[in-house]
Design a protein around this ligand. Structure first.
Ligand code: FAD
Length: 374
């Protein structure tokens, strides 16, 4: 069992995604940080769809944790139980902590997020899906939110002649929160790239083939339209990971799995337990927001440790998004900006390098990334 040191408080951060790594790094100088994460590398899932169509990107999606912390430690294990002051790992190890940060994020279907803990095996899974996709003539993407749109654009960029159908039960792309003119612009670019849009089209039955496997199948929409494809991917379904909350923390877990927090991002009813990122009920589910929340949580824990200053609240954000369509296309909106962002601005902000450089810096990776010529 790890005991808290009297001099430096122990901060246990559960989950090493965008939110957890940022909190851990920010408190490394003032606390004994223990970052618990079952994966052996940080997964920059913002770039995961690029790696599916071009596996030379894999080294720019997976970053080993070694370079993250100067003082703290990263424990490669899964939290199976978290209660106030104590975290139990799958190995049986118990970590006593003065502060706990819940940063276990959300699960999302492959290939957008990875459910494989070891990097080598995760790379193999992406390469196998790439090979299956490369051999398919027609692709069905179910879900026309940001992930479906982005994946359609990635596929068309690499294989312009592949048939791509983007299907959704909703009557428009992207989801409800965003501006109609942004949706119209994305529809325009997708259609121009040759993507077939099938909106307002619930299926009578799910495809009879597992996602990511190459085998011809036909599905029928409730309106009677038939779609025949050789492979399909599920592009919907964010589910928060919070099943390990126990004891006094269990009550903060909402029926939908998100964790209730105060404006200071403390878990409801707690002073020294915080939640950040996708698992928290606060705000939208985006890496950028997880990063901003991480800064608030780190500042608040620092204030509690030093006894100086009051706690700071997280300000929920207005909807904003960049949606790339391949490395050169896409559009986006930002709060307070009337114009949509043109393809070049989206390419510069995200589509071209998929924000890889900031994570190379965070994880202390030097030199040019393999395959970075594209
Ligand atoms: C394809 C795609 C593109 C995206 N593009 C953007 C974008 O351009 N901009 C943007 O802002 N957002 C984007 N997002 C959303 C963004 O990825 C999420 O909002 C982000 O991952 C949330 O970060 P997080 O740290 O809360 O959780 P996660 O990134 O989900 O990390 C959670 C971590 O916790 C670990 N974990 C889970 N359970 C346990 C446990 N029991 N014990 C210990 N560790 C555990 C997981 O292994 C994981 O590493 C994109 C998402 C996808 C899928």
């Amino acid at each position: 069992m790890s005991e808290p040191s009297p001099a430096r408080p122990v901060v246990a951060v559960i989950g090493g995604g965008y939110g957890g790594t940022a909190v851990a790094k920010a408190l490394d100088d003032i606390a004994d940080v223990v970052l618990v994460e079952p994966k052996d590398a940080f997964v920059h899932n913002v770039a995961s769809l690029r790696a599916l169509v071009d596996p030379s990107w894999l080294p720019r999606v997976y970053f080993p944790y070694e370079g993250l912390l100067a003082n703290g430690r990263v424990v490669t294990d899964r939290a199976v139980k978290a209660d106030v002051g104590q975290v139990t790992l799958a190995s049986g190890e118990q970590i006593r902590a003065d502060y706990i940060v819940l940063a276990t994020g959300s699960a999302y279907p492959f290939p957008a997020k990875s459910d494989v803990d070891l990097t080598a095996a995760a790379h193999d899974k992406v390469r196998a899906a790439h090979a299956a996709l490369a051999g398919a003539r027609r692709v069905l993407l179910i879900g026309a939110g940001p992930v479906g749109i982005e994946l359609a654009g990635e596929i068309k960029e690499v294989w312009p002649d592949k048939g791509v159908t983007l299907l959704d039960v909703a009557d428009d792309v992207l989801g409800e929160r965003f501006r109609p003119d942004l949706k119209a612009e994305l529809r325009r670019q997708l259609t121009e790239a040759g993507v077939e849009l099938l909106l307002s089209s619930p299926l009578r039955e799910a495809p009879p083939v597992p996602p990511g496997e190459r085998r011809e199948f036909t599905v029928v929409t409730q309106a009677g339209a038939e779609v025949t494809a050789d492979i399909w991917f599920r592009c919907y379904g964010v589910s928060p990971v919070s099943d390990y909350l126990a004891g006094d923390l269990a009550g903060a877990r909402r029926p939908d799995g998100f964790i209730e927090v105060t404006p200071f991002l403390q878990v409801a009813g707690q002073d020294r337990v915080f939640a950040v990122g996708d698992v928290s009920a606060a705000d939208h589910k985006m890496a950028g927001i997880a990063g901003r929340q991480a800064q608030v949580v780190a500042d608040n824990i620092r204030s509690l440790i030093t006894g100086t200053g009051s706690l700071r609240a997280h300000e929920p954000t207005e909807p904003g998004i960049f949606v790339p369509i391949g490395p050169r296309g896409g559009s986006g909106q930002r709060a307070g900006v009337d114009e949509l962002f043109p393809p070049e601005a989206v390419a510069q902000a995200k589509g071209r390098d998929m924000m890889v450089d900031r994570f190379r810096e965070l994880f202390g990776v030097t030199g040019q990334a393999p395959g970075s010529a594209r």
